[in-house]
Design a protein around this ligand. Structure first.
Ligand code: BEZ
Length: 237
């Protein structure tokens, strides 16, 4: 996050390079986002180790790690706690917590220690209206070239929906791979919007003679895109 000189701060923005940093994590040092070139990565923050909502989130995310990996997406966590707190918390989760059918959960993705808040500030994760000593629940979706493609911020009191985070990864990759846009609540197998937003006029021309397209009006055309085709393209075999 940059100080603009007038007291306000500039948050990272969609379409821009993810701010770079080096950090110590539970899996060793990382150079972000350079170390993740060629992969999608979700960089996310949580308010504090040894807290209940965060524990439920880490157990859920860790359980889904292989699913994200199949979509070429790695996970990186961050809080303003220190490394030894992170290690002790993750060990407690693995050894002691059984929650909603999840137990013996090992968090294998890196968790950044950010006691100086340097990284958290760069990414607008410290939002003083919510807390000036803890990061909010931020989520950054960063593509294979290190570009921020989507972001979400949740308050301290609300745990994230990890199915939605997965849906976002699949949707962004589908938009890229097939040159389409995705309508409200889209899931693989649902109809997709053609052409992508910004060139609506072309849709009507293309419509003629294309039986797989359906137009609700001149500016709103869709086509079917099979679930198998989407997942076969995106997911690793
Ligand atoms: C939690 O994860 O439970 C939590 C963390 C910080 C503030 C409130 C709740």
């Amino acid at each position: 996050m940059c100080d603009t000189g007038n007291g306000s701060v500039a948050l990272p923005r969609i379409g821009e390079k993810a701010p770079a940093f080096k950090a110590v994590t539970t899996q060793g040092e990382i150079n972000f986002p350079a170390d993740y070139s060629g992969s999608w990565v979700i960089l996310f923050s949580h308010p504090a180790d040894f807290t209940p909502v965060c524990t439920s989130e880490f157990m859920t995310f860790a359980t889904m790690e292989d699913k994200f990996a199949q979509a070429n997406c790695k996970l990186v966590g961050l809080s303003v706690d220190g490394l030894y707190s992170h290690i002790a918390w993750l060990r407690t989760i693995k050894e002691k917590i059984e929650y909603r059918g999840m137990k013996n959960v090992e968090v294998r993705f890196p968790l950044i220690e950010d006691i100086t808040m340097e990284v958290a500030r760069k990414y607008g994760m410290i939002q003083p209206g919510e807390s000036s000593t803890k990061a909010v629940r931020a989520v950054f979706f960063i593509d294979t070239k290190g570009i921020i493609r989507a972001m979400i911020y949740y308050p301290l009191s609300l745990g994230r929906n990890f199915d939605e985070l997965y849906r976002i990864v699949i949707a962004l990759q589908t938009a890229d791979a097939f040159g389409v846009a995705l309508p409200a609540d889209w899931r693989p197998g649902d109809e997709v919007i053609v052409p992508p937003a910004g060139s609506c006029g072309v849709a009507k021309e293309r419509m003629e003679g294309q039986s797989d397209m359906k137009c609700y009006d001149w500016f709103f055309c869709t086509k079917q895109l099979d679930k198998d085709k989407v997942l076969g393209t995106i997911l690793k075999k």
